[in-house]
Each structure stands twice: as structure tokens, then as C-alpha cells.
Design a protein around this ligand. Structure first.
Ligand code: NAG
Ligand code: NAG
Length: 325
């Protein structure tokens, strides 16, 4: 496990801080690491969602797809019986039906799960060993407060469509929040208006290294989200073999995306009470509108061979909270 140093640190009650991009970090015996720019803060492991108990942390969503996708979100029992949700070799698998040939206009079985717990801050480490790819697919790992959208915000951590090789990190809010540009990030900002009450594009950053078949061929990767109401929301992505060692001074480096807390957006006000959601939809508002053939998006849904790689495989989700909380 690449995070063994973190785990060791926890075992020793060490902790690590919220990191700023340029902070030289040293693991000190004082049990905290002081970043240069962001306030000194330390985190301890609060929750691990992994292995055989992975699905205990989630509810299965079975309503119609709010984004108009050609999917039928199934219950936990159905998902398990059909092999669309399960744990194999310690890895949680969440999949689209890849065996049924469907009639035109029929929705394909898929899974959408959301955590029972809700979060308003923390450091989240997602170890994703495989992400869904293929024509018509629109998978996402994201978080929101569904009952108070967009007032309590939405953070789309991993999202893309079809066979894209780009990850898109997007925030959605109500009025009065925009993304401050000019940050030291590795991604490319493609939208600064987070307010989704006018248009629903959100404020978005793309990462050319975080998605798709290339990501899967490399054994997946690790996404880190640092959500600190006083500092901002940072997203990092690392290949499996380049996950930083917290004892090294370049731990984390520059994030893919960063929305700072400040005049342009009060993070604590705009992002609260989120469930973590993992879903795979097909076609719908984004993947349907951007589909370019063969045939129509809906006709492609009939063919199960389009879905052989349409599954998530997740090693773990770890949630750290600042200590003292
Ligand atoms: C992610 O999970 C996989 C599968 O359990 C494991 O082999 C890999 O080492 C993990 N990656 C990290 C960075 O811990
Ligand atoms: C799937 O995830 C994306 C993530 O942004 C979200 O916009 C969409 O509403 C989700 N679809 C469903 C049905 O949950």
C-alpha cells in the first residue's frame, strides 16, 4: 500500500496538515507538518470505506435519472444479483449491465450510490483502480446535498463522457460564487461561473491526465480532495506509482484544480452537507448531447458490447478530518 506512511502516521498519532502547493513539508517529531501558506492544520483518519463493507456506507438510488440518461438505476439486491455491485479481491465494483441486448428505447441497468454520511469538510482520498469508459457512458464521482441543490453546492471530482481522456473537475453553486483564476494549478480552467442557477455549466477545470482508457491501463490512480472552508477546495490526481510519500518535501505539489475561499466565493457558505455519490449514466444531458455516432446515443445503448469497460473499481475511500475537529 502506497499510503503506508500515512497509515503508519496515524498509528503513531502523527498527522498532516492542509497543504498548499508550494509548501515544503517535513515530517516532524512534533506531530504536525507546517505548510508555508495555508493555516497549520492536521488531519486524522475518520473513516475508511473499503473492502467487504464498502457498500454498507452507501444507499442505492432507484429513482429516474435526474439528468435524463438512458439508465435504470437498480436496487442493492438487484445490483448484487446481477453482478452490478459487489466486492471482488477487496475491490468494490460498480457496473453497467454488459450482457443484455436491449430493444430500442429501453433503459440499461446501472448503479448510483450515495453515502449515508454527509460531509462539510475534510481530506478525502479515493483510490480508483478502474473507471468506466466507452461510447455513451457518463460516469462520475461527485458530492452534493441533493435536497438543497444548488444552495449547498456540488463538487464533481471525477467526471467525463464517452472515450474522453480528460477528467473534468466542476463546482456548482447558487449565486455569488466564482472561481478565482491565477492559481498555481496543473489543470486548465474552462469556466469560472460556479452559479448554476443561470446556466448549469459550473466552474470547471480539465485535467488531461486523469481519465479513461489510459488511466485504466496504468492501473488507475488516486484522487485527493482537500475541502477546507477556511482555505478552499483542492483536487489532486496521482498515478498509482506516483502517489506522494508524506515524508517527502514535495508531497502533493500543485493541485489539478483549486477554488480558494475568499471574496469571490465563501466556501463554507456554498458547500455543505454533501453525500459522496458514485454513478454511471448513459447518454443524458451531457453524453447524449455530445454523442457523435455510430447511430444515435439511444441506439448504442441496445448493444451490450459497448459496456464491457463500463465499470468502477474502487480500492478505498478514506476520509480524514482535522483534529481537533
Ligand atoms: C489502491 O488499491 C489497489 C488495490 O487494492 C492497491 O494495489 C494500490 O496499492 C492502492 N494504491 C495506493 C496508492 O494505495
Ligand atoms: C451523475 O453524475 C453527474 C456528476 O456531475 C451528475 O451531474 C448527474 O446528475 C448524475 N446523474 C445521476 C442520475 O445521478
Amino acid at each position: 500500500m502506497m499510503f503506508s506512511i500515512i497509515h503508519l502516521a496515524i498509528a503513531l498519532s502523527l498527522s498532516f496538515p492542509l497543504l498548499s502547493s508550494s509548501a515544503p513539508l517535513k515530517l516532524r517529531r512534533s506531530k504536525t507538518i507546517s505548510p508555508r501558506q495555508s493555516p497549520s492544520r492536521s488531519f486524522t483518519l475518520a473513516e475508511t470505506i473499503a473492502g467487504e463493507s464498502f457498500f454498507d456506507a452507501f444507499d442505492f438510488f432507484t429513482d429516474a435519472d435526474p439528468t435524463h440518461g438512458a439508465v435504470n438505476y437498480v436496487s442493492q439486491d438487484t445490483a448484487q444479483a446481477k453482478g452490478l455491485a459487489g466486492v471482488t479481491n477487496g475491490l468494490a465494483r460498480i457496473a453497467v449491465d454488459s450482457t443484455s441486448t436491449l430493444e430500442m428505447g429501453t433503459n440499461r441497468d446501472s448503479v448510483r450510490i450515495s453515502t449515508k454520511n454527509t460531509y462539510s469538510k475534510g481530506l478525502f482520498i479515493y483510490n480508483v483502480t478502474h473507471m468506466p469508459t466507452g461510447l455513451t457512458t457518463w460516469p462520475a464521482v461527485w458530492s452534493t446535498d441533493g435536497a438543497n441543490w444548488p444552495n449547498n453546492g456540488e463538487i464533481d471530482l471525477i467526471e467525463g463522457v464517452h472515450e474522453s481522456q480528460n477528467n473534468q473537475v466542476t463546482m456548482h453553486t447558487n449565486g455569488g460564487c466564482s472561481l478565482a483564476t491565477g492559481q498555481a494549478i496543473t489543470g486548465t480552467v474552462i469556466g469560472t461561473t460556479c452559479d448554476s442557477t443561470v446556466t448549469n455549466n459550473g466552474c470547471a477545470t480539465t485535467d488531461p491526465n486523469g481519465w479513461g482508457t489510459e488511466f485504466n491501463a496504468a492501473g488507475g490512480g488516486v484522487f485527493v480532495k482537500v475541502w477546507d472552508p477556511d482555505y478552499g477546495i483542492e483536487v489532486f490526481h496521482f498515478p498509482q506509482d506516483k502517489v506522494p510519500d508524506v515524508s517527502r518535501s514535495d508531497f502533493l505539489g500543485n493541485p489539478v484544480s483549486f477554488i480558494p475561499n475568499g471574496d469571490l466565493c465563501n466556501i463554507g457558505e456554498h458547500f455543505q452537507n454533501h453525500q459522496i455519490i458514485i454513478n454511471i449514466t448513459l447518454c443524458g444531458d451531457w453524453a447524449g448531447a455530445s454523442y457523435s455516432g455510430p447511430g444515435t446515443c439511444q441506439s448504442a445503448v441496445m448493444d451490450p458490447t459497448n459496456y464491457k469497460d463500463a465499470y468502477w473499481e474502487i480500492g478505498s475511500i478514506e476520509v480524514y478530518q482535522s483534529s481537533p475537529a
